[in-house]
Design a protein around this ligand. Structure first.
Ligand SMILES: Cc1ncc(COP(=O)(O)O)c(C=O)c1O
Length: 331
């Protein structure tokens, strides 16, 4: 106990040298940490040689079309945030967050099923399901978590998942976690997908695709995917993170853009891009699936409830189509 509090004091009152002492044993660095540094240094060099080392620019202003960057003079035009509707720093969202913090506190310090569900969460889930015209919805801390918790929960080795080759990393990782038969079809290639579906005798067949693909910005062929799903008794799951709230005439996403409202059986999406400007994710679809996710989905069961701010955009956006609420220049 004494050692523990000594270590904590060093961490919290630290300068660089004191942190280093944490890893020392009798004046020398612990062998395990020294080895780790060696191995990681090599890997970091590899990343630098591949020119994929990431340098983060530090923004010293709110997220917006113009931002200030630490260490640089003036303002910069920002073309790379996913703040499609300008909600990150929208005055009404900020005001709603203030009011929400006053009313609900900062967060729950608990997972949802123990004592972490507030009226705000239930309301948000209800209104997100309504927005998409689905039976029910479940919130997660992020859409990454929503995807990490979906496939393992709903699919067993008797089932099959059919995933577009360019799907988002969170779908790829979510599929890795499940025991279903895994099939990857070439990007947007309906004939190859049909071949795979036709040769599968899986109990549940789940086709999964980004709605708008996050890297290339192109759109999934939803009408064709729906036709194949119907022909082969499959389900269609669309991750609409890059579409919800602003794509399609009323912001209903890729289905609306493609003129096939209701084509997806399951929609996963994020509250961290167009919608809310904050963070969070959700899955919406058949009520039995959502109930199952509340019972077995690990990122839901074993992670804290979404923070208050994630829900505070409700009054500003969800009631009406998101895009209708905002000045045209933000859309
Ligand atoms: C298609 C897609 N799905 C999921 C995510 C993850 O969303 P979140 O930031 O809510 O975890 C992203 C984010 O880049 C995405 O583009």
């Amino acid at each position: 106990m004494a050692l523990r509090s000594q270590l904590l004091r060093k961490v919290f009152t630290t300068n660089g040298n004191q942190v280093r002492q944490l890893h020392e044993l009798k004046g020398a660095e612990r062998a395990g940490v020294a080895r780790l540094r060696e191995v990681l240094e090599d890997r970091l060099q590899d990343i630098k040689r591949a020119k994929t080392f990431k340098h983060e620019r530090v923004i010293s202003s709110p997220q917006d079309t113009k931002v200030k960057v630490k260490g640089a003079e003036g303002e910069f035009l920002n073309f790379c945030a996913n703040n499609y509707l300008g909600l990150s720093n929208h005055p009404e969202v900020v005001e709603a967050a203030r009011e929400g913090l006053r009313k609900y506190g900062a967060g729950l310090s608990s997972v949802r099923f123990i004592c972490g569900t507030q009226t705000l969460h239930k309301e948000l889930e209800h209104r997100l399901a309504q927005f998409h015209g689905r039976e029910d919805a479940i919130l997660y801390g992020s859409c990454f978590d929503a995807n990490a918790g979906l496939f393992e929960s709903m699919l067993t080795p008797e089932d099959g998942v059919f995933s577009d080759a360019l799907n988002h990393a969170s779908i790829i990782d979510g599929i890795r976690l499940c025991k279903a038969q895994k099939h990857r079809y070439p990007h947007r290639d309906l004939s190859e997908l049909e071949h795979l579906l036709a040769h599968s005798d899986a109990r549940i067949k789940l086709i999964v695709t980004d709605g708008v693909f996050s890297m290339d910005g192109n759109v999934a062929p939803l009408p064709g995917l729906r036709e194949l799903a119907d022909k082969y008794r499959a389900l269609l799951c669309v991750d609409d993170s890059h579409a919800t709230g602003f794509f399609g005439a009323t912001g209903r996403g890729t289905e609306e853009y493609c003129g096939v409202m209701g084509a997806a059986d399951i929609i996963c999406s994020t509250l961290g891009k167009a919608v809310s400007g904050s963070a969070g994710g959700y899955t919406t679809g058949p009520k039995e699936l959502i109930t199952l996710l509340r019972n077995v989905s690990r990122p839901y069961l074993f992670s804290n409830a979404p923070a208050t701010c994630s829900g505070c955009f409700l009054e500003v956006t969800v009631d009406k189509p998101f895009a209708e609420n905002l000045p045209v220049e933000n859309v």
